[in-house]
Design a protein. Structure first.
Length: 439
């Protein structure tokens, strides 16, 4: 077993246009079927981040497949449908057997702050064994605690390097793909798997209406809009031409509404107002209840006692560009078996966020344990790691917070309310087996 120690052991590549396109394709159709790990879906930004995660995951897979097949490594994707639970799984030979592996990509944004040394592989390797408090030297290979009980057998770790494409929506790209998504209350009604299944089982759907509100009369032409949804288990696409201050009725049927796409030229030059869209017709006429017995089959506007006729609004800022930057470089660092990850994790220290009044450059030991912490650790088999002492968890865990500053790393620095959003277990680059041992 050879462990990561040299730069030439790392596989580095940039995606092809076709690989970029695959990421966009799956992100535009897969949101209803991907695990909403951090419950981000209530806001437009949350939906954007979920879609970006799909783009990154698919693009990374496609690049990895190309690199390994070029080296005659047998690798398969069990990607039969965008609805599959194993959309992000990879089947690959590990130690002579076909194993289910998961690619974990960490994104380093080169323009996100100036409080750390410029990234290089040599700097990462120099600090490949560092688990101390200085977050600017810290390169943990992380698994979110919510994913540690999944049926994976191995993890492949990569670091992707680019500008912050979330904030710089059009920079650094030769191609663009502008999408918006159902959000807030309409997200559940149009993307909940339970409702989609009920509609398809009974052969009935929902229909949309779209109004284009604008005060401008100087567009070169009326913008186009593609509504991407599903019907009878298949992707359904409806193309419409928006009409100024008019409503287009009865667009459908759909069992799900996945996304809205606007052509680049229209988004940039011809779209200057707002889209008001609503469900104008719901053919499913029976209650569909969740585990709390709440009826999901109620159009969201019907729940709004203040303004029951208010449709959902999509403005220009509610679109995101799903095309990743042209200079999006992926460094495939290495891999490890899941059981070895759990063993090596126990060799390291646990951390929480820096105390900026004391030292903003250093994380603090995880010294206090809440009931919620105990529950999380018990659920993933680490309850025995709780101890007395400065580091209350005798294992490599980083506490995350959904909002505000949190545990920092080189990739997630202590700035702009940064840090980790979710609690992660970690090992270090020094624990990774080299890529060439994938066979």
């Amino acid at each position: 077993m050879k462990l990561l120690s040299k730069q030439e052991q790392i596989y580095t590549a940039t995606p092809t246009p076709e690989e970029h396109a695959q990421g966009v394709h799956y992100a535009s159709i897969s949101l209803p079927w991907t695990f909403n790990r951090m419950m981000m879906k209530s806001s437009p930004t949350g939906q954007h981040n979920r879609a970006y995660n799909i783009v990154k995951g698919i693009v990374g897979q496609e690049v990895l497949i190309r690199l390994l097949r070029d080296r005659d490594v047998s690798i398969e994707l069990p990607r039969d449908s965008h609805r599959d639970d194993d959309l992000f799984d990879i089947l690959i030979g590990l130690d002579g057997e076909i194993r289910k592996a998961d690619l974990k990509t960490i994104n380093y944004f080169s323009d996100y702050g100036n409080s750390r040394q410029e990234f290089s592989l040599s700097y990462l390797l120099e600090n490949r064994g560092y688990d101390g408090s200085e977050w600017a030297r810290f390169f943990p290979m992380m698994i979110p605690h919510t994913q540690m009980n999944q049926d994976k057998e191995a993890y492949i770790f990569a670091l992707a390097e680019s500008i912050d494409f979330r904030e710089k929506m059009t920079e650094g790209r030769s191609e663009h793909e502008f999408f918006a998504f159902p959000h807030k209350k309409m997200c559940e009604f149009t993307q909940k798997e339970q409702l989609i299944t009920a509609r398809e089982e009974t052969g009935v759907g929902i229909y949309l209406s779209v109004e284009y509100e604008t005060q401008s009369y100087f567009e070169a032409s009326l913008p186009q809009l593609e509504i991407i949804g599903e019907w009878d288990g298949e992707i359904e696409r409806k193309q419409i031409t928006l009409e100024k201050n008019k409503t287009i009725e009865t667009i459908g049927p759909f069992s799900a509404v996945n996304s809205f796409r606007m052509p680049t030229e229209d988004y940039r030059n011809n779209f200057s107002g707002k889209l008001h869209w609503s469900v104008s017709k719901n053919e499913l006429d029976k209650p569909i209840r969740n585990t709390n017995r709440r009826n999901l089959n109620i159009i969201p506007s019907e729940r709004d006692e203040v303004d029951p006729e208010q449709p959902m609004t999509i403005a220009k800022d509610d679109f995101c560009n799903l095309r990743l930057p042209d200079e999006y470089t992926i460094h495939f660092l290495g891999w490890t078996q899941k059981n070895r990850f759990n063993q090596r994790c126990r060799q390291y220290r646990s951390w929480v966020w820096p105390d900026d009044d004391v030292d903003p450059t250093r994380n603090q030991p995880w010294s206090q344990i809440t009931d919620d912490d105990r529950t999380k650790l018990d659920r993933i088999g680490f309850a025995d790691a709780i101890q007395s002492g400065e580091h209350r968890i005798d294992a490599g865990f980083l506490k995350g917070m959904p909002v505000g500053g949190s545990t920092a790393t080189y990739v997630y620095p202590n700035q702009h309310g940064g840090g980790l959003r979710e609690t992660n277990a970690y090992i270090l680059p020094q624990d990774l087996r080299v890529m060439s041992e994938l066979q």
